[in-house]
Ligand binder design. Structure first.
Ligand SMILES: Cc1cc2nc3c(=O)[nH]c(=O)nc-3n(C[C@H](O)[C@H](O)[C@H](O)COP(=O)(O)OP(=O)(O)OC[C@H]3O[C@@H](n4cnc5c(N)ncnc54)[C@H](O)[C@@H]3O)c2cc1C
Length: 244
């Protein structure tokens, strides 16, 4: 059993999420719940970053009977190579994924900053911040910065965490990033969202129609793991120069 699957971004990732939601929907329906799925995005993004599925989330996919389908969409990345400004390799991050080639190259430029509200800037402003952060860098940085201006799928977002005292209010409960985002630097956000959905569905089923009891049990079970994942996210952020 691998520790990690790196699932293709874009359509493949969306198909996988759609199948997950479909199975979860069936379980909830079986337990007497009517499910309505709401999505604000107008269409599926055909670009983006690969997502990982790790640890307990792999067991969950197996339980749902979709692990095989998800495996078919692995990006088969070989891991991460660290290079200096001349392009010479200086280190490697362990490759938990499998050998092979991804079908497409996505470049991610990450940097630490004290400037607040970069998310609120328009694209020009965000590109400016990225250029300033990587000014003077060697290797392929100048070429990547040039390419960035032409990119049709430019995406910019601050890496942040969501820390809430409670994840539910009245008849509303939050799962995944909305309730307890651990930041991309944790590498666990997808797994955490999948597990959160599963735990909430199970606790609702076991609460015999008392959603308040279900919400309390869901949070009691998941919060300790979420705290650990968020600590990993803060630790991971240091790799990109963040203070904490
Ligand atoms: C650059 C980057 C790299 C990442 N790398 C990894 C990684 O390697 N491994 C990993 O596990 N995780 C990674 N993550 C994190 C991971 O993508 C998230 O943790 C995960 O997607 C959270 O799932 P979610 O369902 O909670 O939220 P989302 O995936 O954000 O889904 C929320 C959905 O709700 C929709 N929505 C929002 N508002 C509304 C509204 N008002 N009405 C209706 N619909 C709405 C959105 O369109 C979206 O489709 C990364 C994230 C980023 C940005």
């Amino acid at each position: 059993m691998p520790l990690l699957l790196r699932v293709l971004r874009g359509h493949a990732a969306c198909e996988f999420v759609a199948e997950f939601v479909h199975r979860l929907h069936r379980w909830l329906h079986r337990d007497g719940y009517q499910v309505t799925v709401v999505e604000s995005a107008l269409s599926v993004r055909d670009s983006g970053y690969a997502v990982d599925v790790r640890g307990a989330a792999l067991g969950l996919l197996e339980e749902m009977g979709i692990l095989g389908e998800v495996r078919e969409h692995e990006t088969k990345m070989r891991g991460t190579t660290l290079v200096d400004e001349t392009g010479a390799e200086t280190g490697r991050l362990p490759a938990e994924a499998f050998a092979g080639d991804a079908d497409r190259l996505t470049v991610s430029l990450s940097f630490a900053t004290d400037t607040a509200a970069l998310d609120q800037r328009d694209r020009d402003g965000q590109e400016q911040a990225i250029r300033a952060a990587f000014a003077g860098n060697g290797w392929e940085a100048p070429r990547l910065l040039d390419e960035m201006a032409q990119a049709a799928d430019f995406y910019f977002a601050s890496a942040c965490q969501v820390e809430l005292d409670r994840w539910s209010h009245g008849r509303i409960a939050l799962i995944g990033d909305a309730g307890y985002c651990a930041a991309p630097t944790s590498g666990m956000g997808t797994s955490q969202a999948l597990i959160g959905a599963r735990v909430l569905a199970r606790e609702l089923a076991e609460s015999g129609g008392d959603h308040r009891a279900g919400f309390v049990a869901y949070e009691r079970e998941l919060r300790p793991d979420v705290l650990k994942t968020q600590a990993i996210g803060r630790e991971g952020a240091k790799m990109f120069g963040a203070a904490a």
